[in-house]
Write a new protein. Structure first.
Length: 277
């Protein structure tokens, strides 16, 4: 299967494109965002990597500037290293990730990447003989380490890095302050927040949600482009963040601790049996 078949995209206007993997039918299917700038283009998250996303962007004509010159520099930014967001980083020459998860990406740590993929989720094999059992996120050397407050300059727009741990220790949001757009990764999306994975931490998540609420209170976010599911607005962002804080009590912490233990054991057992392709 070609990259052109594997992916599909939708233009949202303002130089932003929403890209998805057509044949990965799962709640874990990540949203991929292409943000075009006057001097640089940025891909926010990269999907599983079963087909080359850069090839798709070139074949679909998404990288060519209006004046017909060569493509601008392309940077892939991982909002965190979980497999559904980081598997495709291997196909990019320039890769950025938060410093807290750089070692996991460099080592191909599929425990921290929480790699968990089944054949039934991939409804059309990317190539003959492919099996989800052998899927791994390969080691990738990041070319740029991100920290709180860093600014990714695209020329006519800037994306500010906000370190928002909780879901994972290196989770980030990217904030386009001028346009009041938040690319939220898995920090928040319109669904239940996951805080029971390895390196998840409830206290960090509460603090991150407080920051999200503050962004709304200060009128700094009007649109959220999340790591999964649909786009939503400031009111929904505030409600999702405040609901998480209100539910993060003792009972939640106890149940989450038990779930994290089960998930950790399952991941370690699964990856002890995998031989990479």
């Amino acid at each position: 299967m070609s990259a052109r078949e594997w992916f599909a995209h939708k233009a949202l206007g303002g130089g932003i494109f929403w890209i998805q993997e057509r044949f990965y039918e799962s709640g874990n299917r990540a949203n991929i965002w292409l943000v075009r700038g006057s001097q640089r283009d940025v891909v926010i998250d990269a999907g599983l990597g079963l087909r080359s996303l850069p090839d798709y962007l070139r074949d679909a004509g998404l990288l060519a500037p209006a004046e017909g010159a060569g493509p601008r520099p392309l940077l892939a930014v991982a909002t965190h290293v979980h497999f559904d967001h980081s598997g495709g980083l291997q196909h990019f020459e320039e890769v950025a990730v938060h410093s807290a998860e750089a070692a996991a990406l460099l080592q191909g740590d599929n425990y921290e990447a929480v790699t968990w993929l089944s054949d039934r989720e991939v409804v059309r094999a990317p190539r003959p003989g492919w099996s989800a059992r052998q899927f791994r996120v390969p080691p990738v050397r990041p070319s740029l380490l991100l920290h709180e407050g860093d600014v990714i300059n695209l020329g006519d727009r800037q994306l500010t890095v906000m370190h928002m741990p909780g879901h994972s220790r290196g989770s980030i949001c990217l904030h386009d302050k001028d346009r009041k757009i938040l690319f939220s990764g898995d920090v928040v999306y319109d669904g239940s927040m996951i805080d029971w994975l390895p390196y998840s931490r409830i206290s960090d998540y509460v603090a991150s949600c407080q920051r999200l609420m503050d962004l709304v209170d200060r009128g700094l976010v009007e649109k959220v482009l999340p790591g999964h599911f649909n786009i939503f607005g400031a009111e929904r962002l505030y409600r999702l963040a405040s609901n998480y804080i209100s539910q993060a009590g003792v009972c939640h912490k106890i149940s989450t601790c038990a779930m994290r233990s089960i998930a950790s054991i399952a991941l370690r057992v699964a990856h002890s049996r995998i031989t990479p392709q």
